[in-house]
Design a protein around this ligand. Structure first.
Ligand code: NAD
Ligand code: UGA
Length: 469
């Protein structure tokens, strides 16, 4: 029986390994983590992450060929294939702070693998890492090993949160990079055999290590660039009377461009787009390519601009002040169908409104009050360092209340900001909301999900992204 161990039981490690266990009953999969609370949650009825379809998959295999454990060393030493899916956050201090990837967690995982291994292993980079990381990892493994052969593969993950299970069941592609040697080819084949249990072989792409590592950064940069492109257009639409939905529809009908990922929004969020682009920018700078670095930097600048623009619009349209006014925030997660708030645009928007002394009442169907308080008081880039390793205890932000219901959150509010595209926000009884709000009642739709015309008929003043008033 092949044994797989995955270090890191997070948004990637958990779902990916659960799907491998489901699709490969003859493989034993152990997911390990240093966070005891996370592992306890994986072993409980209340999984640590909300992801549609995940509960089902976990329930089918947990205790059979899928195990969650804190006994990291034991499972690593027994495994044939070790996936590493730990955090690779942006460095907060020192060389490259604010840009470079912090490989502390990766390096400590690699050192531990070297220490505890007693047999040959394939070590798989599942985390998103800077191009050339495999070279450093190889050095760590080679220098610590006792005649053990380690083959490093890069197998970046392309799943998106909220659709992780769907993406894993039916991936556009699986990418495996390895050394161009007979041993490298053998390792690639071994990992290919795992995925071939359910992924058509023509969708499993094999490349050299550096192409695989860089393709992941490139894919995220391209995706984020589309959003910044359409968001940049949204600003021009607002200035000219064009409608960004019509523009992106017309543009996306060109089969060379395609219709996906062209929704204008308050800005992209999530744990990876910004971090990976910053990392890409840093790599370009280190390789003496400032023009390339600046090109990609602009994607982030436009995203920051979009969030600031949103806040400015709220304040400006509410007579240039929101001081003391209650603003309801509907949605805090970075997208629908997830409870994840890492780098959510809601953090910057809320901070901007708080800076203008607004009182916020926030509702999100999947995000807890504690999480929101933590996010609003945490320093930039601290969020992606494992909670148990964070130094400071965040203090709670006054002027913010968390409300467990959209109607209660909007009661007596002067304005409503929709920041996540949860389906339930489309179906709210907006007449009821309007009746209970201060007048004039404003709606700022950061996701273009409500029917602005209908809301205007009710009496709301509605601002959508990139649409005429
Ligand atoms: P996460 O924070 O949810 O999970 C990482 C886990 O690793 C944490 O539970 C942490 O406790 C654990 N960990 C850290 N150091 C460890 C160590 N030395 N030993 C054991 N466990 C350790 O992160 P994530 O969202 O799963 O992302 C992991 C990687 O995958 C990142 O590089 C990210 O860029 C990449 N990625 C994420 C997504 C996504 O949608 N979240 C998608 C594709 C790729
Ligand atoms: C993204 C990529 O889609 C995945 O392929 C990748 O594996 C992952 O990053 C990663 O490396 O972490 P994710 O961040 O989970 O996945 O979610 P997306 O669906 O990409 O959305 C990212 C952000 O962009 C969200 O805030 C979303 O609301 C926003 N977005 C997306 C838009 O504003 N407009 C769009 O048209 C699409």
């Amino acid at each position: 029986m092949v044994k797989i161990c995955c270090i890191g039981a997070g948004y990637v490690g958990g779902p990916t390994m659960a799907v491998i266990a489901l699709k490969c009953p003859a493989i034993e999969v152990a997911v390990v983590d240093i966070s005891v609370s996370r592992i306890n949650a994986w072993n409980s009825e209340q999984l640590p992450i909300y992801e549609p379809g995940l509960d089902d998959v976990v329930k089918q295999c947990r205790g059979k060929n899928l195990f969650f454990s804190t006994d990291v060393e034991k499972h690593v030493s027994e495994a044939d294939i070790v996936f590493v899916s730990v955090n690779t956050p942006t460095k907060t201090q020192g060389l490259g702070a604010g840009k470079a990837a912090d490989l502390t967690y990766w390096e400590s995982a690699a050192r531990m693998i070297a220490d505890v291994s007693k047999s040959d292993k394939i070590v798989v980079e599942k985390s998103t890492v800077p191009v050339k990381t495999a070279e450093a990892i190889e050095k760590i493994l080679a220098h610590n090993s006792k005649k053990i052969n380690f083959q490093i593969l890069s197998n970046p993950e392309f799943l998106a949160e909220g659709t992780a299970i769907k993406d894993l069941f039916n991936p556009d592609r699986v990418l495996i990079g390895g050394r161009e040697t007979p041993e490298g080819a053998k390792a690639i084949q071994a990992l290919k055999d795992v995925y071939a249990h359910w992924v058509p072989v023509d969708r499993i792409i094999c490349t050299n290590l550096w192409s695989a590592e860089l393709s992941k950064l490139a894919a995220n940069a391209f995706l984020a660039q589309r959003i910044s492109s359409v968001n940049a257009m949204s600003a021009l639409c607002e200035a000219t009377g064009a409608d960004v939905t019509q523009v992106s529809h017309a543009v996306g009908m060109d089969s060379r461009i395609g219709p996906k990922f062209l929704n204008a929004s308050v800005g992209f969020g999530g744990s990876c787009f910004q971090k990976d682009i910053l990392n890409l920018v840093y790599i370009c700078e280190c390789n003496g390519l400032p023009e390339v670095a600046n090109y990609w930097k602009q994607v982030i600048k436009v995203n920051d601009y979009q969030k600031t623009r949103f806040v400015n619009r709220v304040v400006a349209s509410m007579f240039n002040t929101v001081s003391g006014k209650k603003i309801a925030v509907l949605g805090f997660a970075f997208k629908k169908d997830t409870g994840d708030t890492r780098e959510t645009p809601a953090i910057d928007v809320c901070r901007g409104l708080l800076g203008d002394k607004a009182r916020l009442s926030i509702y999100d169907p999947q995000v807890s009050e504690d999480q929101i308080q933590r996010d609003l008081s945490m320093k930039k880039f601290d969020w992606d360092h494992p909670v148990h390793l964070q130094q400071s205890t965040p203090t709670s932000v006054e002027q913010v209340s968390f409300i467990g219901d959209a109607y209660e959150a909007t009661k007596d509010a002067h304005g409503v900001c929709i920041l996540t595209e949860w389906d339930e926000f489309k179906k709210l009884d907006y007449q009821r909301i309007y009746d209970n709000m201060q007048k004039p009642a404003f709606v700022f739709d950061g996701r273009n999900i409500v029917d602005a015309e209908k809301l205007r008929e009710i009496g709301f003043i509605v601002y959508s992204i990139g649409k005429p008033l």
